[in-house]
Design a protein around this ligand. Structure first.
Ligand code: ADP
Ligand code: GLC
Length: 483
């Protein structure tokens, strides 16, 4: 089947979060199943530099605007990748979405409208001699693509839109609708309008033939006011075509048996390897070394520093966590105030709290392999990948029972035979401290702890099942032109 994937990021060319991992992992899995899946991304300078394979340049024009599609291969895969090279829009280094000060680029609407416009034309076969059976767009940055394709006569490619995070809706002032030349008849509450503003994400939610999100629980949650970000009514209305499919992970890149970032690799729970990794991590992030046999667990966190992830709950719970003998290793970047609060915590508890502000893949791997417990007290979590990495690394996760966390982590005390981690009873600091204390009691019993770790490490987190689920969905989605 011919599938055009379009997203604003794909590891290792551009990545700020899980979307980048999924755009890589899922296209790779589909290609390995012999489907002709191709990927369209913006040509950020790092992406151009990282593209592999035989590089070709297609000089094209669309809506009187010239641009180039740089063709190559996504590293580590056989996925043909097109980079949309339009230098005034995408030739910017650093975070793809924001300026150095963390503000959204002022021309984001133009940039991502253009990406969506090119995706729709490419899928329809108007730019190159290749036409898609399915256009699969991801998150608000590419959500106008299903809208633009849907306006074409049948047969046209089927459109699938995946919500990775409903909290990012791509909202812009009303005049943007006209400025982008979007059709006036789409300016309705049933169309692209959202309370007097333009919402890019509605291009996917209101118009795609099928909608998916990245876990069954999040698919249910977003149909309620508490998680729906004002779009729960529309999602309830479209519930017949809304599906939850849990993400897989790249089990080659995230493999504790062969991970170049670890001080010691391991295939099964191995206290000696963990001690070596814990020591390497402690040294790297500025923590005291182990102070005797099982003095207290080393807690880890990796992620974007935003309200969603509940880092403020970790900060608020710190006095209790440290009183219980724990140390904390934390890696992340994001909102300035949270970054500063974490730096302050590291200064306040030297040797007990180690913080690295920034983006560092090697350190993320070492935290997974060197900590005893991995913390994810998220307020909501569409899927979450870090808990899957930590399960695979034998580092039981402590999570809020929401979204993909609820679907992948089983509480040890609720189900003693299948439990692989720990659920917080609520997303607050007291619940976090209590749950870490409960987990620590299990950690202090080495034989039982090994069984918990083994259950996590033995789980199947590969893309196999999810890739098959997406293929079934593609096949069953009308609009398919059969190519
Ligand atoms: P989200 O997509 O909401 O950020 P996920 O858990 O789905 O959350 O995915 C986050 C991905 O980004 C993981 O691969 C994680 O390791 C990575 N990541 C996040 N922040 C950092 C960081 N500061 N350094 C290295 N990797 C990071
Ligand atoms: C989003 C979500 C995260 C999910 C990722 C990949 O960024 O916040 O939960 O794992 O997308 O789907």
């Amino acid at each position: 089947m011919k599938i055009l994937f379009t997203a604003s990021e794909a590891w290792p060319l551009v990545k700020t979060g899980g979307l980048g991992d999924v755009a890589h992992g899922l296209t790779h899995a589909l290609r390995e199943r012999r489907h002709d899946v191709r990927l369209l991304l913006p040509a950020h300078p790092d992406a151009v530099a990282g593209l592999e394979g035989r590089i070709r340049r297609h000089a094209l024009t669309l809506d009187q605007r010239p641009f180039t599609l740089i063709e190559g291969r996504l590293p580590g895969t056989r996925v043909t990748t097109w980079l949309l090279d339009d230098p005034p829009l995408f030739a910017r280094a650093g975070n793809p979405y924001t300026t150095e000060d963390g503000d959204p680029w002022p021309d984001n609407a133009r940039r991502y409208h253009r990406l969506s416009r090119v995706a729709a034309a490419l899928a329809a076969g108007e730019l190159l001699p290749w036409q898609a059976a399915v256009l699969h767009a991801h998150d608000w940055q590419t959500a106008l693509a299903p809208f633009l394709l849907q306006r074409r006569p049948v047969p046209r490619p089927a459109t699938v839109f995946t919500i990775h995070n409903l909290a990012y809706r791509g909202l812009f002032p009303a005049e943007t609708h006209t400025r982008l030349g979007l059709p006036p008849e789409a300016w309705t509450p049933e169309g692209l309008e959202f309370h007097g503003r333009l919402a890019f994400i509605k291009g996917g939610l209101a118009y795609a033939d099928a909608i998916t999100t990245v876990s069954p629980t999040y698919a249910r949650e977003i149909q309620t006011p508490a998680f729906g970000c004002g779009l729960d009514g529309l999602l309830r209305h479209r519930s017949g075509v809304l599906h939850g499919i849990v993400n897989g992970i790249d089990t080659t890149v995230w493999n504790p048996a062969a991970d170049p970032h670890l001080a010691a690799c391991y295939r099964k729970p191995d206290p000696a390897a963990r001690a070596a990794n814990r020591a390497a991590l402690a040294q790297r992030i500025g923590l005291d070394g182990d102070t005797g046999e099982r003095s207290g667990p080393l807690l880890g966190f990796v992620g974007r520093l935003v309200e969603q992830k509940g880092v403020d709950l970790i900060l608020a719970a710190l006095p209790r966590l440290l009183a219980g003998g724990a140390r904390l290793a934390l890696l992340g970047s994001g909102e300035r105030e949270l970054e500063e609060a974490l730096r302050q915590a590291a200064r306040h508890y030297p040797g007990r709290v180690g913080v690295h502000i920034g983006y560092d893949e090697g350190l993320a791997h070492l935290i997974e392999g060197g900590c005893d417990l991995f913390l994810m007290p998220s307020r909501f979590e569409p899927c979450g990948l870090n808990q899957l990495y930590s399960l695979r690394y034998g580092t039981p996760p402590v999570v809020t029972a929401t979204g993909g966390l609820a679907d992948t982590v089983i509480d040890v005390d609720t189900d003693p035979t299948a439990g692989n981690g720990f659920h917080l009873p609520a997303a607050n600091a007291g619940a976090l401290a209590t749950t870490v204390e409960r987990a620590t009691a299990h950690w202090r019993r080495p034989a039982a702890w090994k069984r918990i770790q083994t259950r996590g490490m033995d789980g199947d987190y590969s893309w196999d099942a999810s890739a098959e689920a997406y293929l079934r969905l593609y096949r069953n989605t009308p609009g398919n032109n059969g190519s």
